[in-house]
Design a protein around this ligand. Sequence first.
Ligand SMILES: O=C([O-])CC(=O)C(=O)O
Ligand SMILES: [Mg+2]
Length: 239
Amino acid sequence: MEHTEIGVVHTSITRADPEAVAALSAFGVATIHEAMGRTGLMRPYLRPVHPKARLCGTAVTVLLQPGDNWMLHVAAEQIRDGDVVVAACTTESEDGFFGDLLATSFRARGCTGLVIDGGVRDVADLEQMDFPVFARAVNAKGTVKATLGSVNVPVVCANALVRPGDVVVADADGVVVVPRERAAEVAEASARREAAEEGKRARFRAGELGLDMYGMRGPLTELGLRYETRHETRHETRG
Ligand SMILES: O=C([O-])CC(=O)C(=O)O
Ligand SMILES: [Mg+2]
């Protein structure tokens, strides 16, 4: 991004194809990230705020100012069924930007979850609501409504570029972003990867070793790995 727009709400965004989003929702974050050539991951400090949190949807992006959650209320109006709100911040901030009230508002608009490079609160309520949230902190400290940010501009959230309408998938392993144009292709690559893993899983279950399945013995020998078959004996004390 050459520069970040502040004080703008983009109201018409292009969302990824719903069929491709539904297809991606069947896969875990690790599979999708591998299927994308190991790209698209957010930093691992973003954690689910309750154990069952999992989400997949199209991004409504928010650029927050530190300690200020005004733009989350502005974003609520832009949410459509199946959207995930992805909130980045202009600088690091771990205040509690979001809680059960905003979750109730977001859900009423069809939102399927939140990814925020900031703090959230009311996590017991969020768990009870089964509203999935991935955040960098849990923090009771509240925020103000005083400074403009933006909605539906490209943002960098926890190191990943997210454009409005991109697909965001999050589970216990982390958060991954799929560019909206690649959603169908990445879903297909994920399916192929999962099918290949199922074959390997069956062979591991039957007791086969990775050493043989992956042909590792030759390269290990070439690098000089030795197998010692006799226990080393203590030196006899000489009289
Ligand atoms: O209202 C706020 O500032 C954030 C919050 O706790 C909620 O949404 O419940
Ligand atoms: Mg609250």
